[in-house]
Design a protein around this ligand. Structure first.
Ligand SMILES: Cc1cc2nc3c(=O)[nH]c(=O)nc-3n(C[C@H](O)[C@H](O)[C@H](O)COP(=O)(O)OP(=O)(O)OC[C@H]3O[C@@H](n4cnc5c(N)ncnc54)[C@H](O)[C@@H]3O)c2cc1C
Length: 383
């Protein structure tokens, strides 16, 4: 059942309707086959881009949709009810444009952002490395400045990059000084850069249409005009971007949980045992009640963080809370959905086994839920 939403404007309500229509017409018919084939649906991102749904949270004067985060996130949630890999992709793409939109010069915004927000391009976010996951300050990918300062040469390996090999640009964090987290810088690397290659895609548990793999830099030359901000500001940019990115994952996880609840509720009304629908047993109905409570409270939690962000207030703690609550809710609700369907839930005849596999990763990426607890506890214990 579609979620009941109180949208702030009529435009925003129309955007939700538009999203539902695109999901129904362009996403739903493709999701099963493409997930099974492990294919990234590049054309679906183009469709979303042309409808303006890939640039919603960025200001109109920069080429974005000028929508508050509260609205953008609900669009991501709606997409996730139909295709989680695509919803995650929309959130990742949004993250990739953040450094240029927030810290880029006017010239960089004119040169780079127009394409990024046009809806035609798809971005990738190269932060993690094989030996630097939760501890990103320990990354070793290096960017060496040329003697005349006109370019940088990148060397190193990025891991787990969503859209690797499919993206048009790679928002990449690399070391420009040996000063830990203070020695990182941000670069926008075009896909056709010589010296950049891609590893074999990871064989994952789920999100099969989100191609994830290594990005290998071996003497990749990047023009200095593609360094965003000053040298040394990379860690600050990555962490600031992640506060917003975490909300995208929180919203997607909520949509996934909503989809699982909807399938479970429908099944509980239809399936009969002992001569009556299984949903008429209080023992099963209470599972559905807990699922509904988990989805509704997850949604309220990410919307609270989004509204703080939209009001220009600090929202870092609330974003970490939302990421943790929504993704834990997704794991619990999708697990319960499999249970409600019994043996059928364990087969590929129903989508809940896919939802269950997809939920797990939301507790891991964009900062594991242990890292969210570190962020939250630091805020709680701060003076
Ligand atoms: C499908 C997928 C897509 C991804 N997409 C991207 C992407 O597009 N771009 C990108 O840059 N990265 C991406 N990632 C990487 C992701 O962000 C990392 O996997 C994540 O940050 C965790 O890093 P790690 O896997 O190296 O785990 P590790 O950091 O090695 O952690 C392993 C375990 O130790 C725990 N742990 C670590 N440190 C602590 C601590 N201090 N206290 C308590 N527990 C701790 C963690 O919570 C975890 O349970 C993706 C990952 C996956 C699986």
């Amino acid at each position: 059942m579609p979620a009941t939403r109180l949208m702030p404007t009529e435009d925003a309500a129309d955007l939700i309707e538009l999203t539902r229509e695109i999901c129904r017409k362009d996403l739903a018919p493709k999701v099963d086959d493409m997930e099974r084939a492990h294919e990234l649906p590049r054309d679906v991102f183009r469709t979303l881009g042309r409808a303006g749904l890939l640039s919603l949270p960025y200001p109109e004067e920069l080429g974005g949709g000028g929508q508050p985060y509260e609205v953008y996130l609900q669009v991501v949630e709606e997409i996730a009810t139909v295709w989680m890999s695509v919803a995650v992709g929309v959130s990742v793409h949004s993250l990739t444009a953040f450094p240029v939109a927030t810290f880029g010069t006017t010239e960089q915004q004119e040169a780079l952002l127009t394409g990024m927000l046009s809806g035609e391009q798809l971005g990738a976010y190269c932060l993690s490395e094989p030996l630097a996951g939760s501890d990103i300050a320990s990354m070793t990918t290096r960017a060496t400045r040329s003697d005349d300062g006109s370019s940088y040469t990148l060397k190193g390996t990025k891991a787990w990059t969503s859209h690797a090999g499919h993206a048009d640009f790679y928002t990449t964090f690399a070391r420009t000084a040996d000063t830990g987290g203070k020695g990182l810088s941000t670069f926008i690397v075009p896909a056709d850069t010589e010296g950049m290659t891609f590893g074999v895609p990871e064989r994952k548990m789920g999100l099969h249409s989100d191609t994830v793999g290594e990005v290998l830099f071996d003497g990749a030359r990047v023009d200095a005009s593609r360094r965003i901000g000053e040298e040394g500001q990379g860690m600050m940019m990555a962490l600031t971007a992640l506060d917003s990115g975490r909300l995208g994952i929180a919203a997607a996880a909520t949509g996934l949980a909503q989809a699982a609840l909807d399938v479970a509720a429908g099944y509980a009304k239809e399936r009969e045992q002992f001569g009556r629908p299984i949903g008429t047993n209080q023992g099963l109905a209470f599972i559905l009640a807990d699922m509904e409570a988990a989805v509704t409270s997850a949604r309220a939690t990410y919307l609270h963080a989004a509204r703080l962000k939209d009001a220009g207030r600090t929202f870092s703690k609330e974003a970490a809370v939302a990421k943790m609550i929504c993704t834990d809710a997704a794991m619990k609700v999708t697990t319960d959905a499999v249970q409600v369907l019994g043996g059928a839930g364990y087969t590929q005849d129903f989508p809940v086994e896919r939802y269950f596999r997809e939920a797990k990763v939301t507790q891991i990426f964009e900062g594991t839920n242990q890292i969210q607890r570190i962020v939250i506890s630091r805020h709680v214990l701060a003076d």
